[in-house]
Design a protein around this ligand. Sequence first.
Ligand code: UFG
Length: 340
Amino acid sequence: MARFLVTGGAGYVGSHVVLALQERGDEVVVLDDLRQGHRAAVPPGVELVVADLADRRRVDEVFAGWSFEGVLHFAALSLVGESMREPMRYLAENLSNTATLADAAVRSGCRRFVLSSTAALFGHPEKMPIDEAARIIPGSAYGESKFMAETALDWADRVHGLRSAALRYFNAAGADPKGRLGEDHTPETHLIPLAIDAALGRRDPLMVFGDDYPTPDGTCIRDYVHVTDLADAHLRVMDRLKDGPSVRYNVGNGLGHSVKQVIESVERIGGRRVPHSIGPRRPGDPAILVASNEKLRRETGWQPYHAGLDEIVRTAWAWREAHPRGYDDRAVPEGAARAA
Ligand code: UFG
């Protein structure tokens, strides 16, 4: 048994990682300001510290109160569109929170750090699938902020010996197959939950952002990876850091699905039409993003257990159907500041 600190552990990917750590018998402390995260997503038995990472004193208190084998850092601003309206906020906050946390980890003697990173740092790559050697040309301030966070961790290793792994997710999707956790963002911007809610008549018809891309059906292709498989990748990578060097991995299934294919899958699984219209392209969207997961498989033994699009959609559908109002715990405690 080991103890881990998970920032943003009340959020979508973070909460699935917390559950996976708990299920294998590890102790978990979650640090989350609940601005995006949900108290109800933190399982019983897990300590929840409601705090903002910008509050250095609180962060130091957490590291003084417990000793951690490793830190998993999910709390971040993470909306691509918003990052293009407020780039300085994204760059400053995502970098400084990572640096604060890495610093606190180093000072406490914690030696392992896993960063939630993103495929958004590859911009519009020409070669598919995207491996770890692909050029980094972030297409958004969000992607750039995660690259800056990765760079900060390089320095934390070089100077202080903090071992880190950055996991560049492609499109995290789906929900805990046992229905205990799901995806609940405000605002919701992701394709699968939007398509499901449109099918359930809970929101306006879906707008497909462009059907004139150079892809077989004209809509964008993405690599949807099940959030439970993503969680498994974090555990494997954290374990590997015990004896391995700092590392970066691309995490996806290596399979691409178009927006139209996602709509068809939702219709198959839900047995209802997804009302939708075709709109203009969304600025900044690359036509195709598909991961090479070779390195992750080779070095950690990871493999996706829920790779099929229908299976991903089935788990997402089940959770959203059962939770019309999501986690339904929208109240933000007085004075709590932001994290994701
Ligand atoms: N899409 C629509 N209509 C919508 C929403 C999305 O057509 O209402 C399309 C998008 O254009 C895109 C695809 O569905 O082609 C998936 O879009 P998402 O917004 O669900 O996901 P993104 O691929 O834009 O972004 C995800 C993560 C980001 C991360 C990025 C990395 O949400 O945090 O992958 O590639 F940066």
